[in-house]
Design a protein around this ligand. Structure first.
Ligand SMILES: Nc1ncnc2c1ncn2[C@@H]1O[C@H](COP(=O)(O)OP(=O)(O)OP(=O)(O)O)[C@@H](O)[C@H]1O
Ligand SMILES: [Mg+2]
Length: 112
């Protein structure tokens, strides 16, 4: 079985009046492709934003290649190999390109 790349464990996140994520766990091994599917408001974007360091979880842990990320920021997560292509493209704010990311897990957010 391929080596583990990402492990998210017990991720919870609340916004005023809504619990967006309640103890979510998700792991990815090298070479895997996942589709995260759920109804509107299920928490998909929130989970990916936490993975990207764009939002901070209330509780839970993110580990890359077995190392817990203690202070996830967008810069730290990008350096760790997490690149997110957002549904609302604003390329002027993106520091990611395929050329500068050797080992990226790329999360693309799309909906239809
Ligand atoms: N910044 C925010 N402030 C307040 N509530 C938020 C915020 N972001 C998300 N939420 C709420 O958290 C819940 C999860 O939202 P999220 O955007 O993660 O869902 P989603 O699965 O990506 O939905 P969609 O399919 O519509 O993109 C929803 O109830 C949403 O209204
Ligand atoms: Mg979404």
């Amino acid at each position: 079985m391929a080596e583990e790349f990402l492990r998210m464990t017990g991720i919870s996140k609340s916004y005023p009046g809504v619990k967006a994520l309640d103890g979510v766990s998700f792991d990815v091994r090298k070479g895997e492709v996942h589709a995260l599917i759920g109804e509107n408001g299920a928490g998909k974007s929130t989970l990916i934003k936490i993975l990207a360091g764009a939002e901070r979880a209330d509780s839970g842990e993110v580990a890359i290649e077995g190392q817990t990320i203690r202070h996830p920021t967008p810069e730290v997560m990008l350096d760790s190999g997490i690149a997110v292509i957002y549904q609302e493209l604003d390329n002027s704010r993106s520091s990611w390109s395929p050329q500068n990311c050797r080992k990226c897990l790329v999360a693309a957010i799309a909906s239809w």
